[in-house]
Design a protein around this ligand. Structure first.
Ligand SMILES: [Ca+2]
Length: 143
């Protein structure tokens, strides 16, 4: 299993490259910074357009607990409440929300900021407050 992954450690930043052109960055940043960091490296914050990519990432997260439990994806919510992928600009057709998600939990708890950004966990996706800091996944450009 381990030889399927390339592990690179750069200045306390752990970057793991897995199949499908995904690169997982261990440094916790907010969603906006994750979007910028991926673009700076000529990649995009990850968009999951199909189940095979989802399965691959879920499998990876289940087998690598030390890396982190939650990673930002490029999913975010438009004013109309519909989700789209900021990384590709496409609307979100395939979805794999975790049980009970998206719940906009912090909006319900009367926080000023609702949960408008999407992250992946090992059992599906969740919506989170965009300014919270988590590791993130970038994706190689496909075109
Ligand atoms: Ca949530």
């Amino acid at each position: 299993m381990v030889n399927n992954y390339l592990l690179i450690v750069v200045l306390l930043q752990i970057i793991v490259v897995i199949r499908g052109g995904f690169k997982m960055y261990s440094e916790p940043v907010n969603w906006y910074q994750a979007l910028i960091n991926c673009k700076t490296n000529n990649t995009e914050l990850a968009s999951i357009s199909a189940g095979n990519y989802q399965n691959e990432l879920e499998e990876f997260l289940k087998n690598n607990n030390g890396l982190g439990k939650i990673f930002w994806l490029s999913g975010t919510k438009e004013g109309n409440g519909k989700y789209y992928w900021a990384g590709t600009g496409s609307k979100m057709d395939y979805m794999k929300w975790a049980v009970g998600q998206p719940d906009d939990y912090k909006q319900a708890m009367n926080y000023n900021e609702g949960e408008h950004c999407v992250a992946i966990m090992d059992d599906g996706w969740t919506d989170l407050t965009c300014f919270e800091q988590y590791p993130y996944i970038c994706q190689e450009q496909t075109c």
